[in-house]
Design a protein around this ligand. Structure first.
Ligand code: 5GP
Ligand code: ZN
Length: 112
């Protein structure tokens, strides 16, 4: 398995799960950058936002429909930020589409 997030989605690599259903998985980031730092991934391999198409965009829709519940499950009751890094200029380090949910403190107003 050369995609770490496919490995996590398949249960072959352990993760601290927040939410899971047949299409998506939310788990705590191994190297959190905020008091709460959760990653949400489609179980199907999509390499980044650049690879979203009309055929697979249902996974993105499913993720965004679930983010409010995932945020609540993670204890975020005063807001949160959602980020997806796409490609080298954004420093994407895992080439499997994922959305960071960040919160648990007052975040800076700007992210760059
Ligand atoms: P990116 O830099 O691609 O936007 O975000 C990748 C994120 O995945 C990073 O925040 C990194 O800490 C996290 N990450 C990388 N490998 C693992 C892992 O094996 N388990 C978990 N839980 N998070 C990981
Ligand atoms: Zn993958």
């Amino acid at each position: 398995m050369d995609c770490v997030f496919c490995g996590i989605a398949a249960g072959k690599i352990p993760s601290k799960k927040v939410y899971e259903d047949e299409t998506l998985l939310a788990f705590h980031d191994i190297n959190p950058e905020a008091p709460v730092h959760v990653l949400v991934i489609p179980k199907q391999h999509i390499s980044s936002l650049d690879a979203v198409t009309p055929e697979n965009s249902g996974f993105v829709r499913a993720i965004f429909e679930k983010i409010p519940e995932i945020a609540r499950l993670a204890g975020l009751e005063n807001g949160y930020r959602v980020v997806s890094n796409c490609g080298p200029d954004a420093a994407q380090s895992v080439p499997h589409l994922h959305f960071h949910i960040l919160g648990g403190k007052q975040l800076p107003a700007h992210i760059v």
